[in-house]
Write a protein that binds this ligand. Structure first.
Ligand code: ADP
Ligand code: MG
Length: 351
């Protein structure tokens, strides 16, 4: 097992797409690291460059103590699981799992024993003679995992491994994969475009945009304190309210209402400075009665979240979302107030 260190890693594809732009990243040994970002931001390129399947245009990749920048994929000692699993359709489960060992010229009886051991660990023991076409999506995914585990690599690289599973299986696989990684303690880079998956699984995570890392932190840090409006808008099951505002002394003018400066921005704003005011709906409580330090408006949309509702208020033509607990839902057209938590609201200057 080994740490992964990327220094100034750059990848420019022929044709000029700068998929990775001087990326610096250190993933300590044994960490479950999630790489999150929208489609096309460079996640797959980053994994493939760590694995050696793409040649870096600049910078270096260090795995353990070893600089592997010029090393062929086979010599890097990392194992990658692809989005489509890349199983061999003509081989049964045993041979699929044992395939990397065959490449390493491990004796047949040894590799079959290893495949059986890993297969059993992943609950595949009754399926070892089947071919991929005779397996469900979830079972195929386990075979792909088993194949990676059989290699005993220094690091695992997962490229959206759960995205082909249906919603329920995906939740099960999350827990399963996380538990497995804990037990094995292998450094893992897990790529996903699903923010909930990254928040749920990662020890630490990075949010990428257009070849750049915009923030690195624990899920709690990234959720509570997104570094900029891009990350703020990307993280969270309901998007953060990002509202234009202006600082006036100790208060902010936001959507025609006066709000106190958030705790985190106290003393930092110049008079007349234009800002973006950020508050998650979860920290923006709905009130049916007039409230101080609130955004008042008319209820225009109600969305059922299960145990609560997401209320959208039209506040002087600005849409503001707040959460209302079960049983206190207003009606469309009601007058209402959204009261942001001052210790949770944020101020951005990059909007
Ligand atoms: P993600 O996995 O985050 O969706 P990718 O790493 O696949 O992103 O792609 C990053 C950028 O690089 C995109 O603009 C994509 O179109 C481009 N790209 C990916 N692979 C190639 C390639 N082989 N040749 C040229 N451009 C590529
Ligand atoms: Mg991708």
């Amino acid at each position: 097992m080994a740490a992964i260190e990327l220094r100034g890693l750059t990848k420019v594809y022929p044709g000029g797409v700068r998929a990775l732009d001087a990326l610096d990243l250190v993933i300590p040994d044994g960490e479950f690291f999630a790489l999150l970002g929208p489609s096309g931001c460079g996640k797959t390129t980053l994994l493939r460059t760590i694995a050696g399947l793409e040649t870096a245009t600049g910078g270096s990749v260090v795995i353990g103590e070893r600089d592997v920048t010029g090393v062929q994929p086979g010599g890097r000692d990392v194992a990658m699981v692809f989005q489509d699993y890349a199983l061999f359709p003509h081989m049964d489960v045993t041979d699929n799992i044992a395939y990397p060992l065959r490449i390493k010229k491990v004796a047949k009886t040894t590799r079959q024993a290893k495949a059986a051991e890993v297969g059993a660990r992943l609950g595949l023991e009754h399926l070892m003679d089947r071919r991929p076409g005779q397996l469900s999506g979830g079972q195929q995914q386990r075979v792909a995992l088993a194949r990676v585990m059989a290699t005993q690599a220094q690091a695992f690289l997962f490229d959206e491994p759960l995205s082909n599973l249906d919603a329920r299986l995906r939740l099960e696989a999350r827990t399963f994969l996380k538990k497995l990684q804990r037990e094995l303690g292998v450094t893992t880079v897990f790529v996903t475009h699903d923010q909930a998956e990254a928040l749920a699984m990662a020890d630490r995570m990075a949010v990428m945009e257009a070849g750049h890392i915009r923030q690195i932190g624990t899920p709690a840090e990234v959720f509570q304190r997104p570094a900029n409006t891009f990350v703020a808008g990307f993280i969270g099951s309901t998007p953060m309210n990002l509202l234009d505002g202006v600082a006036h002394g100790g208060t902010l003018e936001v959507a025609g209402c006066a709000l106190p400066v958030p705790t985190s921005a106290e003393g930092l704003l110049a008079d007349g400075e234009k800002i973006v005011y950020g508050v998650r709906p979860e920290y923006n409580a709905y009130a049916a009665e007039p409230a101080a330090d609130a955004l008042g408006g008319k209820v225009v949309i109600m969305e059922n979240l299960g145990a609560s509702h997401l209320v959208t208020l039209d506040v002087n033509d600005v849409m503001v979302q707040a959460i209302v607990p079960e049983g206190r839902e207003p009606a469309i057209g009601d007058q209402g107030w959204a009261v942001p938590r001052r210790d949770r609201a944020l101020v951005y200057r990059d909007g």
